[in-house]
Ligand binder design. Sequence first.
Ligand SMILES: Cc1cc2nc3c(=O)[nH]c(=O)nc-3n(C[C@H](O)[C@H](O)[C@H](O)COP(=O)(O)O)c2cc1C
Length: 343
Amino acid sequence: MLTELKIKKMSIYPPLLLAPMAGLTHSALRTLLQDFGGVGLLSTEMLAARKLPIENEKLSPFLVRTEQEFPLSYQLLVTDAAEVAPAVEALHRFGADAVDLNLGCPAPRVRRKGGGSSLMEIPERVKKIVIEAGKRTDLPLTAKIRLGESFSEEKLRNFCLMLEGEGIDLLTVHARLRKEPFCRRPHWQWVAKVKEWLSIPVIANGSVLSVADAEKCLQVSRADGLMIGRGAAFTPWLFADIGREVYGLDIPVKPVCLPELYARFVLALVERFVPERRLGRLKEFTHYFAANYAFGHTLAVKVQTASSVIEAWQRAMDFFQCSDPESLKEAAARIAEVEAVLL
Ligand SMILES: Cc1cc2nc3c(=O)[nH]c(=O)nc-3n(C[C@H](O)[C@H](O)[C@H](O)COP(=O)(O)O)c2cc1C
C-alpha cells in the first residue's frame, strides 16, 4: 500500500490527514497528536480569508503554532476570488506548508455568507478562486468538498474535474451530502467514483473512528489516504494505531493515561492561548475526549457547565478520581505541572 504522497515539494507520510475542525484543530490538539505520531499532514480549522491579513499569528488562537506542528495545512474559508491574494500572502507570512480551500462546510452561517458548501453550487466562482490561488502560491493547493446537494454523478464529476483542471493538487471528499448529519453512514463508495475520475490524490473522509473503519474505508473508497476529524479528539492515538496496523509503520506504542493526556492538553491551552480563549476550547475537546469513559457524559456535562478553566479542571480531576484513581497517581507529575500554572 502507498505510504507516502508527494505533492509539489511536500511529502505526506503516512497518508493520514487531520481534518480541519472549528474549535478543535488548534495547536493544543495538534501537539497531542504529534506526540503519538502517525499524522502525515496537520490542519488548522477554517480561517476566514477576509480576516487573515489583520490577524496576529502570535496571539490568534486560530494561528498559534509550535515548531512540532509540521507539516501544517491552513484552510481558507473564502467566498470570492478577490479575497484570495491578501489571504495567501498572509499564509506565506505565517509559514503555511499547504493551502486548503473549504468547499464543503454545511453550516448555515457559513453558507449565508457565500462560503463552504454553497460554493459547490457556483462552479464558475470556484474556478476563479482556484485560478487566483494557483497564481498566488507555489504551495500545495488542496480542496475539501462534500458530495453535493443530492447524488448527481454528472455534477460531482464536472466539479471535481474542474478543480483538478484548474490546479488543485489533492482533493478530500467528506463522503456525505450537504444535509446529511454525522449519524448517517458516510458513502465511501462515492469516493471510489471520484478516485476513478481524477488523477490527483483523492483522500476519503467521514466516520473513520477506528483501525477497522480505516481498513474498510480504504477498501471501499480505494482512496490514496484518509482524513480523520472527530476521531482525533476522541482518541488522539488513532493516527498512530492506523499508521502501525494499516500502513505497517514502525511508530512506537505510547501507553495512554487519560488524565495525563488531559493534563497535557490543558497545559498547552494555558501556555499558548490568551485566557479568554481557553475555556471554550477545553469544553469542545472534553465533549469528545469524555467518550473514553463509560460515564463520560458526566464529565462532559461537568466541564460544559464550568465557568472557568480552573473550575473545569477541578471537576475533571474529581471525575478522574471517582472513575479511575490509579490513573490519577500515574499522571501525578503532569497534574502537578498544570496546577503550578493554573491554581
Ligand atoms: C466540531 C467540528 C468542526 C468542523 N469544522 C470544519 C472546518 O472548519 N472546515 C471543514 O472543512 N470541515 C469542518 N468540519 C468537518 C470535518 O472536517 C470532517 O469533514 C467531518 O467531521 C467528518 O470527518 P470525521 O467523521 O472524521 O469527523 C468540522 C467538523 C466538526 C465535528
